[in-house]
Design a protein around this ligand. Sequence first.
Ligand code: SDX
Length: 426
Amino acid sequence: MTEKSAQLKLGDNTLDLPIYSGTIGPDVVDVSQLTGAGVFTYDPGFVSTAACESKITYIDGGKGILLHRGYPIDQLADHSDYLEVCYLLLYGELPTAAQKEQFVSTINNHTMVHEQLRGFYQGFRRDAHPMAIMCGVVGALSAFYHDSLEISDEQHREIAAFRLIAKMPTLAAMCYKYSLGQPFMYPKNDLSYSENFLRMMFGVPCEDYEVNPILAKAMDKIFILHADHEQNASTSTVRLAGSSGANPFACIAAGIAALWGPAHGGANEAVLNMLTQIGDVSNVEKFVAKAKDKNDPFRLMGFGHRVYKNYDPRAKVMRETCHEVLGELGIKDPLLELAMKLEEIARSDQYFIDKNLYPNVDFYSGIILKAIGIPTSMFTVIFALARTVGWVAHWHEMISGSYRIGRPRQLYTGSPQRDFVPLDKR
Ligand code: SDX
């Protein structure tokens, strides 16, 4: 990092705050000395705060650019596959053929879960939201894998990463099977990552299951598009949990919980529910008006983004994939027409133009997931499955380097100190 500085006048003092430059993107101002000057920075929602240094993912929100280790997301979506992107995110380089073969075989050797974990599902109601189950079950992995909890041991960190990437599809499919009352399907390791997942989701023990290659390819592309996204809310949650030294399974469970919210990963489920609620193109204008009304809590789900003030590059790929997959399957989904009309009307509306509100990754993803046969309630679980590699890569990057426990401060506006009042005096 190159040293420049910013001067901050505080009362009679002028502080020299170092400025660091990254490879690309905005410079950062190091404000760590401010505590010593008796003040804190104030940035609710971390709109202008860089919480860490990272080499994994770069986003240019103004230009709608997303790079994973320097590679543009559209090139990875078109030419790579999910496990290759996992290798890239974890190790920083695209794998050679031999490295890829080794990595795929390693992941395949970790796809099964401890048999006793199956019992964990029995404790949930059949209609439990699958994200509730995932929060519990992923956290519970730390009770089964004591040989990969020593976070200071590189070997342990790597095995934990392999286990999490490998087991998420198995655990996710088990959520779906449990909701149906169908038997869990064991992974079949001669299948690809997405083929294995689809078979565990839709196969049954009493007959062979032929994976549709179109759906497997679409599933893999969706995994790629959700793999990582810089310091978003759930990734920041994983980093904060990891900074206390918590084990990787607990950290990923915390990330799953943070992702669940409708403002974040829960938006894909909310988009499908919103499109179903809108129902018909004739209602679009009414709902766009509701989204603009400050007094109406309704928001256009799948629209807007904290960082992108341009089209989310993932949404572009997702929209193209929608047309490809539905076309190849011969499906005419009225929800796709509705989504396209909604985008067209919203993006020509001054409110959305002024606020730079564009479709984000969640706007079209649900339509493809629906075409694959995945129920709406499982959409955010798919997001969590795919994002696990991003969470793990950031966790690993932090723990492998130097880090301190994250401990933000506050602007206190509560009561000044006062003495206790006995009950009979109140
Ligand atoms: C993801 O961070 C990431 O990288 C996340 C993610 C990832 O890969 O990890 O990209 C995944 O979470 C995508 C976002 C999914 N969420 C949604 O689609 C929910 C709908 N969108 C919003 O709730 C909102 O746009 C957020 C949460 C995404 C962003 O919120 P911000 O940055 O805090 O922006 P804001 O809420 O302050 O909105 C700015 C203005 C407001 O109006 P004003 O108060 O300035 O007048 O834009 C308006 C908002 O009311 N606005 C919307 C809107 N989104 C923002 N108005 C209508 N519909 C919307 N969708």
